[in-house]
Design a protein around this ligand. Structure first.
Ligand SMILES: C[S@@+](CC[C@H](N)C(=O)[O-])C[C@H]1O[C@@H](n2cnc3c(N)ncnc32)[C@H](O)[C@@H]1O
Length: 355
């Protein structure tokens, strides 16, 4: 006979670059886990009906149950962290023991011992998991990364449409935004198609995007573009290097995300859609207290976060030799910017349910 007290492993894919971020997002994550548990509870009820003739079955309870009967205490979670193969998975793995300890301290031994974390290297613009093997997918600030810089930014004759910029800025030609949008639509559609096969029917997907709220808010790449431009005028970087560099990152508008989801057709958009602003500086946990006291400390903190995410791109294109200088200049530009203006990102959280 099927034992309903056995541990039910729930497989969850977490799009994740940094484990620390995972801790900060845990409140939202826990809400998602709760929804998963509710869904499984419903499934258990169905199974209970199937076995109603059997008298010895004890169905675990979400709340209130004790010991073997407690569903919450007997559930287990298998969490897969995904990133590109070039990600530093060694550092991630090394941080796991302390993460498990923290989990046990904060959530109790039961929870800590029933969470199993693994990693899956590969691009999410393609298949990562077997069919119907996931219950919940969580992607945080990652779908803004395109599979490549849009091809349409360089004309057939090799002329760059976004000449002096490394991203979409106020001075970019409208065709630049269009080229980025085309790439985003194609990539996001590929992502949805890949995940629809992996998610079980009724499974949920929570996606967190940096969005463009249509009123132009400078992105933190703008001061980086200015720093690189200065280096070009001082002869430290070739002009052609700047002209041929475009960040493979896009901030979609709310309606652009919706349109792709509707066109692709495998997911219903759940009614909950949350938008909020994240301050560039306040969102940082100040890891280096000495930086707080430095004149360019604020800029350095933001710059080091941004650079750590995009450094491989910059090194491949501009070379290792200019990186320190670029970082210093970027920190100064960011600090100057933050002295007079607000710096924040607009975030959208969207919850999808597989049809
Ligand atoms: C801005 S970080 C977000 C990290 C983390 N999820 C968070 O919320 O802080 C974006 C991450 O997405 C990863 N990434 C970009 N494109 C990817 C792809 N096609 N497949 C898998 N990971 C990708 C990058 O390597 C990077 O670690």
């Amino acid at each position: 006979m099927h034992d309903h007290n056995c541990i039910d492993a729930s497989r969850v894919l977490v799009r994740h670059g940094f484990l620390q971020r995972f801790c900060r997002l845990r409140v939202r994550f826990e809400l998602m886990l709760k929804k998963c548990e509710e869904k499984r509870k419903a499934r258990m009820e169905v199974e209970k009906d199937q076995y109603k003739s059997a008298t010895s079955i004890q169905v675990p309870h979400m709340k209130g149950g004790e010991g073997d009967k407690s569903y919450a205490k007997n559930s287990s979670w298998q969490v897969f962290l995904n990133d590109l193969p070039g990600n530093d998975f060694n550092t991630l793995f090394k941080s796991l023991p302390s993460f498990y300890e923290r989990l046990k301290k904060e959530k109790g031994d039961e929870f800590g011992q029933r969470t199993f974390i693994a990693a899956v290297p590969g691009s999410f613009y393609g298949r990562l998991f077997p069919n119907n093997s996931l219950h919940l997918i969580f992607s945080s600030y990652s779908l803004n990364w395109l599979s490549q810089a849009p091809k349409g930014l360089i004309s057939d004759t090799g002329v760059s449409l976004n000449k002096e910029n490394i991203f979409i800025t106020e001075t970019s030609h409208p065709s630049v935004r269009k080229a980025y949008l085309d790439q985003f639509e194609s990539d996001f559609t590929t992502f949805l198609r890949s995940r629809r096969s992996e998610l079980e029917a009724g499974g949920r997907m929570v996606l967190v995007f940096v969005v463009d709220d249509t009123i132009f808010h400078p992105c933190y790449f703008a001061p980086l573009g200015t720093a690189i431009k200065d280096m070009v005028s001082e002869g430290l970087i070739e002009e052609s290097k700047l002209e041929s560099f475009n960040m493979p990152i896009y901030k979609p508008r709310d309606e652009e995300i919706r349109l792709v989801i509707e066109r692709e057709g495998s997911f219903d958009i759940h009614q909950h859609q949350i938008t909020f602003k994240v301050d560039w500086v306040l969102s940082l946990e100040s890891e280096d207290k000495a930086l707080d006291l430095e004149k360019y400390g604020k800029g350095k903190q933001v710059a080091s976060r941004v650079i750590s995410a995009i450094e491989p791109l910059l090194v491949t294109h501009f070379g290792h030799a200019v990186m320190d200088d670029m970082f210093q200049r970027y920190s100064v530009k960011l600090t100057e910017y933050l002295e007079t203006k607000e710096g924040f990102i607009e975030t959208l959280v969207i919850c999808l349910i597989k049809k």
